[in-house]
Design a protein around this ligand. Structure first.
Ligand SMILES: C[S@@+](CC[C@H](N)C(=O)[O-])C[C@H]1O[C@@H](n2cnc3c(N)ncnc32)[C@H](O)[C@@H]1O
Length: 230
């Protein structure tokens, strides 16, 4: 079988691997993110069986998800990113802030179905995903029909997406249309902050790190909210 995750020379890889098996483990790396499918709620420092689980894909160093976790201590959050360093930073911030309801994964978001079991996620978020703007690279975009179909069983309540990239947004709407048997559009906007004269003053977590930069550059933010059909 082809290795999905290979050992890396990145110094933060070793730091993340060293956390494995710790009693108070909050950061999970590579294969380990697929080892507790269906039982993540028991892995939080404050374990639970029924609290809502929110998962943010491509969370970077967790700016948004950390604030949410602090503001909503009864709910549970997972922030996933591909970058070792950003995930390690989030791990440090979780400890510094003594947050009990947030886990972080260094993982490939494409493998979400291997990480979570059906109905395990209440709310899923994808904010400002890499747009891969060159046509030859479009295939690297996460939001594609096979992936949107595969993740449908995992999500109980809602999938919330934001992007500044109009052409990628058009693709997202087309992909969603092709999956209309599985996903219902409950809200969408081509300019989420239109009519807000103070949009440039919005702060994390009301906007993400990248969203804030795009707003400052005068770019409209596109938004899609999807509900999984039963
Ligand atoms: C443009 S940044 C957006 C960060 C953040 N969501 C925001 O809005 O400020 C995209 C993020 O997605 C992460 N990413 C890219 N490909 C990924 C993958 N296959 N799996 C997990 N994360 C990924 C990157 O490392 C980066 O942190």
């Amino acid at each position: 079988m082809q290795e999905i995750y290979a050992p890396s020379r990145n110094p933060y890889y070793n730091r993340l691997i060293a956390l494995r098996g710790n009693k108070d483990q909050i950061a999970y790396c590579d294969h380990e993110t697929e080892a507790y499918r269906g039982s993540w709620r028991s892995k939080f420092l404050a374990p639970t069986t029924k609290e809502k689980l929110h998962v943010e894909l491509g969370c970077n160093a967790g700016h948004v998800v950390l604030d949410w976790a602090k503001q909503r201590p009864t709910e549970r959050f997972v922030g996933i990113d591909w970058k070792f360093k950003q995930v390690y930073r989030l791990h440090e911030k979780i400890i510094e802030n003594q947050v009990q309801n947030l886990l972080t994964f260094r993982a490939n978001q494409e493998r979400l179905p291997e990480m979570f079991s059906p109905q395990e996620i209440d709310h899923l978020y994808l904010f400002c995903p890499d747009p891969w703007p060159k046509r030859v690279h479009n295939k690297n975009r996460i939001f594609q029909e096979p992936w949107l179909r595969k993740i449908h069983p995992l999500v109980k309540t809602e999938f919330y997406i934001k992007t500044d990239h109009r052409e990628y947004f058009d693709q997202m709407r087309a992909v969603t249309g092709a999956c209309a048997d599985l996903w219902e559009v409950i809200d969408e906007s081509f300019d989420l902050h239109a009519g807000n004269p103070d949009a440039k003053k919005l702060r994390i977590p009301d906007v993400t790190l990248f969203e804030r930069m795009f707003i400052r550059d005068g770019l409209p933010i596109h938004m899609l909210r999807l509900r999984p059909k039963p």
